[in-house]
Write a protein that binds this ligand. Sequence first.
Ligand code: SLL
Length: 154
Amino acid sequence: GKRLKGVSISRPIVYGNVAKPFGEKRPPEANAEHTHTWTVFVKDPQGKDLSYFIKKVVFKLHDTYPNSTRTIESPPFQVTETGWGEFEIGIKIYFVPESNEKNVSLYHNLKLHPYGFPPGHVLTDKDREVQSILYDEIVFNEPTERMFEILTKT
Ligand code: SLL
């Protein structure tokens, strides 16, 4: 489709993870070495549905996970897993076909462990519920007319 010369339009997203230790209740499906439940996600900062311009999100987990490439075709664009270790998660965002855009690659360092407390601080259960979340903006330079319509009608 025709592209809009000189036009640039962006949409905010947040991406990252939340995690917490199992505590009393271990999920029955978790391996013996697993210690945490975590969720990695891509979402709108205000919780709006992003599927009007995002077609799918592919999360690439550590190879220690079965089916380490997880394709999420509808919201919420997220993966919940259990595990024991931190690693880098690849996040590929694919846009609706009308956009004629290539995918965007992001990387996220999965965070499981709390840090940054003063010496002597005794961690509470709440302190062990960690999160690592970034705000970003996806910029579409010279979007197709159709994509511009899609992005501005909502
Ligand atoms: C490393 N950072 O570089 C570590 C890798 C792997 C994490 C951490 C369990 C996977 C499973 C899990 O937490 N893997 O059991 O399915 O070596």
